[in-house]
Design a protein around this ligand. Structure first.
Ligand code: GLY
Ligand code: MN
Ligand code: MN
Length: 420
């Protein structure tokens, strides 16, 4: 509320539940901004912030208790329990929102609300404004809608101590899932069986998957967001897994690539070592005061040198980097913010310049190489996708890798897979 002007009001609706098929719904996931501010996990709710009124008010509209509905659909916090449970100043039944909201909007010059994210709520809000316009002087109407995202997303970039704890828990559980998948892996299994090992690990610990796991054997590892996970795992291929657990709303995001039969071939190891060195170079560049793109630039330099060393690229290294010659084999950036959303919110540039890394920020480092069918590529390297992804917290003096519980050195992976 301190970042808003006193004559404003902020409206943050809960995410609507989404139908999966006829009368069954997808598992409910709160809107991250709503969750960040309230910790409340029920749909059909609205969070209202009114700075300047008393000490600034935090109101919540939610479903009231209803024994019959709760028998069918599950427990509700209810209006009476909400203020204490959520730290709100007051709570009202969501059924009364049409009666109460126009009054709260009265005299408020600025409405902080992100239009376009929740069309049902946007329509409701326009209805309230229309109604209040019919009953009052138009000078009372708000004269601007302001996106709350600018302020809220910047707050979310700096993780509090409590958030860092959740991120570490998510990273730890993600690592445990990857270890389980490595241990379960053998030729002849299907990609979805490794997905099951990951999700089993997450759910068994009370977590969930933060996004659909990617389990790509052989050439499927070259499809960046492959989620079919329905192919057989072949002896002699690598498998690329990109998966993370969600704990307390916060996401882990790890990629590991390993040999399905437990032993890297020489050609696989050549490429693997390049990506591993790029991963380490990216992590080393995660220092407070460095800018957002430093880890990417460090990773690209290593990948380019490596592609040249195995004969896939030819020419002067500086020129190859300048011309982005690595692009056909490395077409994404080296990381993203990590938080309540796996690709978390927050600007990467400020006034056109890369943002500086600061203590409390959390990001991924995930270089890869995706070598397709290209004729210029030596045969032994074709159809190989490798990504190695870790989650990194920026600290006051450097950084902390929070995904260290799953091996990434080739020898350590082989030892784990052989039961060592
Ligand atoms: N799975 C998407 C990512 O790693 O960013
Ligand atoms: Mn990932
Ligand atoms: Mn990622």
């Amino acid at each position: 509320m301190r970042t808003m002007d006193v004559n404003a009001i902020a409206l943050i609706p809960a995410a609507p539940a989404t139908v999966r098929s006829r009368d069954t719904e997808y598992p409910y996931r709160p809107d991250s901004n709503f969750w960040y501010l309230s910790g409340f996990e029920e749909p059909e709710s609205l969070l209202v912030l009114i700075p300047g009124r008393k000490a600034g008010e935090y109101l919540i509209f939610c479903r009231d208790r209803d024994p019959e509905k709760e028998t069918w659909h599950g427990r509700r916090l209810g209006v009476d329990g909400a203020p204490d449970a959520l730290g709100a100043d007051d709570a009202f039944p969501i059924e009364d929102v049409d009666e109460i909201l126009p009054g709260l909007l009265e005299g408020r010059q600025h409405v902080y609300h992100t239009l376009g994210k929740n069309p049902g709520f946007d329509a409701q809000l326009l209805g309230w404004l229309k109604r209040s316009r019919m009953t009052r002087k138009s000078t009372d109407d708000p004269d601007a809608f302001i996106s709350l995202d600018y302020h809220l997303h910047d707050m979310r970039v700096y993780k509090s101590r409590a958030e860092q704890k959740q991120l570490k828990a998510a990273a730890k559980l993600s690592a445990k899932g990857h270890v389980a998948a490595m241990q379960a892996c053998q030729p002849g299994l299907w990609e979805y069986e490794l997905e099951a090992a990951l999700v089993h690990t997450y759910k068994k610990a009370g977590g969930d998957h933060a996004f659909m796991p990617i389990v790509g054997g052989g050439e499927n590892g070259c499809i960046l967001h492959y989620t079919e996970n329905n192919a057989k795992l072949r002896d002699g291929d690598l498998v690329l897994i990109d998966s993370g657990a969600e704990v307390g709303g916060y996401a882990g995001d790890i990629s590991r690539t390993f040999p399905i039969n437990g032993r890297f071939s020489d050609a696989q190891r050549d490429l693997y070592e390049i990506v591993l060195e790029a991963n380490q170079a990216g992590i080393d560049a995660c220092q407070p005061g460095n800018h957002w793109n430093d880890p990417h630039e460090a990773a690209v330099a290593v990948l380019t040198r490596g592609l040249k060393s195995v004969g896939i690229l030819k020419g002067n290294i500086k020129t190859l980097i300048k011309k982005a010659a690595y692009r056909p084999y490395y077409m994404h950036k080296t990381g993203h913010w990590l938080g309540l959303d796996v690709h978390d919110v927050g600007d990467y540039k400020i006034d056109g310049e890369w943002r500086l890394l600061e203590s409390g920020m959390c990001l991924t480092i995930e270089p890869g190489l995706y070598i397709g069918e290209g004729r210029s590529v030596p045969k032994a390297y074709r159809n190989t996708g490798i990504r190695i992804e870790d989650d990194v917290l920026i600290t006051a003096k450097g950084h902390e890798v929070i995904t260290g519980d799953v091996p990434k050195l080739a020898n350590d992976i082989e030892a784990l897979m052989s039961g060592g």
